[in-house]
Design a protein. Structure first.
Ligand code: ADP
Length: 192
């Protein structure tokens, strides 16, 4: 299996690039934000629980996220040749839990690819996305600011965690979608 984490702040382009990665490398996509929005849309208990955190741009509690990812891996592992994790892990406890989940299956994270995008560009992209995404957290200045703050305080340490394991690589995330994908692909090829 080839297991990769696509990392970066809100609005960095993880979703867009994930689609191209899945297409080329045939990996299974686990995007926790998408999974929460699906639960929300279906009105499940998990969706109701996550909603108040998501609405404010705060993180859903670790044990809830980890449980959801564990379930998703169990559902897909027999048919998967590897995973691309998108929007997860977002805290160091989530990263440690993911390592444990994978170890139990004799698997590991091959690497983390981080998209680096300046804060002004992030805000611009999120607001633009808010015009069509229907996401309330994309439409409110204070919520966008809070998501970026939460990223800096709670999520950035995850990059140090993987850097400490020699598994971290940073890519400049401004340019055309194909230019950025080209750089991501050459990093993934090194991990294979
Ligand atoms: P973005 O990265 O553009 O902010 P996501 O779709 O990845 O958007 O996430 C949307 C929201 O879902 C987050 O603001 C958070 O409330 C929740 N969420 C997603 N992934 C996680 C996670 N791994 N841990 C905690 N909360 C999460």
């Amino acid at each position: 299996m080839l297991n990769i984490i696509l990392f970066g702040p809100p609005g960095a382009g993880k979703g867009t690039q994930s689609e191209k990665i899945i297409d080329k490398y045939k990996l299974t996509h686990i995007a926790t934000g998408d999974l929460f929005r699906k639960h929300l849309g279906e009105g499940t208990d998990l969706g109701k629980l996550a909603q108040k955190y998501m609405d404010e741009g705060n993180l859903v509690p670790d044990e809830v996220v980890i449980g959801m990812v564990d379930e998703k891996i169990k559902e897909t592992q027999d048919s998967s040749s590897g995973y691309i994790f998108d929007g997860f892990p977002r805290t160091v406890p989530q990263a440690k839990a993911l390592d444990t989940l994978l170890e139990e299956k004799g698997e590991k994270i091959a690497g983390m690819i981080a998209l680096d995008v300046p804060e002004e560009e992030l805000k611009k992209r999120i607001k633009e996305r808010g015009k069509t995404s229907g996401r309330t957290d994309d439409q409110d200045e204070a919520k966008i600011e809070n998501r970026i703050k939460v990223y800096q305080e709670e999520t950035l340490p995850v990059a140090n965690y993987y850097d400490g394991e020699g598994k971290f690589v940073k890519i400049h995330g401004v340019g055309t979608i194909d230019e950025i994908f080209g750089k991501i692909s050459s990093e993934i090829d090194k991990l294979k």
